[in-house]
Design a protein around this ligand. Structure first.
Ligand SMILES: [Zn+2]
Ligand SMILES: [Zn+2]
Length: 326
């Protein structure tokens, strides 16, 4: 056999047994008995499949932002003096202090450090059309993540979260955080998280921004800001769906947030029924609604069940499918 012919043949065999990752674009060699979703990409660790993955060329935040987010944000922006007060708060508390603290106490994720997490961040950023932020992993048992920054965005994942989620659920959470950047939440969100931290009396006594905090509380800005921040989460769950492109990945992530690692023993369909029941009760029963709103007012994020119900509504309304066809 001529050398060129044999080269062509081996190239054809390699092509036959290779799959390009739909998320990150990496070419992976696979075994002869390869099946969709049964193997993982060597780079981003997400399941390999031949299905397409949409990257949005020109996504506007208005395409997906939750109406409750837009409404609460408009109310917030209407408060006189808010932008000046928040900018002053962030100036005295210092974005640089936040960045130094992460550089000193957390692990910076780069193409060489936890490359699979870095690749997932790239997937979320290229799908939504967002510049890469700084990215950290920090030791903290709380199941949460954080996006902040004023001049440059920074995303921090807590170990309590990373250790509990599978690869697709991690993509969902990272995409949710990238959603905060895409939806232009970051300035207000940073202020909301700072106010939460500084409202703790023992911290407020030693932090230079405490006078501004007092002003923000008295002017009603802090409560309006925190009320908006919870609604902003609903927009970012939608952004996460636009990246995972599977509502059940969002649903299963919420199931883990609600049920912890015990989620492996929880029936997912029953969990979805619970979300539908919750919504029905909320719509029909004013007393439940009162308690749900009251309890929710003390949380940084809406209830996981509520978030699932909102994602189901977004899909059922056809809005999600319209965006995927755009
Ligand atoms: Zn990949
Ligand atoms: Zn969030």
């Amino acid at each position: 056999m001529a050398k060129k012919e044999s080269d062509n043949q081996s190239a054809a065999i390699m092509e036959k047994y290779s799959v390009r990752c739909r998320y990150c674009g990496q070419k992976n060699s696979v075994k002869e008995d390869y099946k969709n979703n049964a193997a993982k990409c060597g780079r981003c660790k997400l399941p390999l499949s031949n299905e397409p993955h949409k990257k949005f060329a020109d996504l506007s935040k208005h395409d997906y932002v939750h109406p409750a987010d837009s409404k609460a944000l408009a109310a917030l922006k209407a408060i006189p003096g808010i932008d000046t007060a928040l900018k002053q708060l962030l100036k005295v508390t210092g974005e640089s202090a936040m960045r130094v603290s992460f550089m000193a106490s957390a692990v910076q994720i780069t193409p060489k450090q936890c490359p699979d997490l870095y690749a997932k961040l790239q997937v979320a950023c290229t799908t939504l059309g967002v510049d890469m932020p700084d990215f950290f992993l920090q030791q903290n048992p709380v199941v949460n993540a954080f996006t902040g920054g004023v001049d440059k965005a920074v995303i921090v994942l807590w170990t309590g979260l990373v250790e509990k989620l599978n690869e697709e659920e991690l993509l969902a959470v990272i995409a949710h955080e990238v959603g905060h950047i895409h939806a232009e939440h970051v300035l207000y969100l940073t202020a909301a998280r700072l106010i939460e931290a500084l409202m703790n009396a023992s911290v407020a006594a030693i932090v230079p921004g405490s006078d501004i905090i007092k002003f923000l509380v008295s002017a009603g800005i802090s409560s309006a800001l925190l009320a908006w921040a919870r609604r902003a989460e609903l927009s970012c769950d939608r952004a996460a769906l636009l990246v995972t492109q599977d509502p059940h990945i969002i649903g299963r992530t919420m199931m883990k947030l609600a049920g912890g690692t015990y989620a492996s023993k929880i029936d997912y369909d029953e969990f979805l029924n619970q979300a539908r029941d919750f919504q029905k009760n909320y719509d029909e029963n004013k007393l439940d609604r009162f308690w749900a709103d009251l309890l929710n007012a003390g949380l940084t994020h809406p209830f996981p069940i509520w978030r699932v119900s909102e994602i189901l509504k977004f899909v059922d309304s056809g809005q999600y499918n319209d965006l995927m066809r755009k």
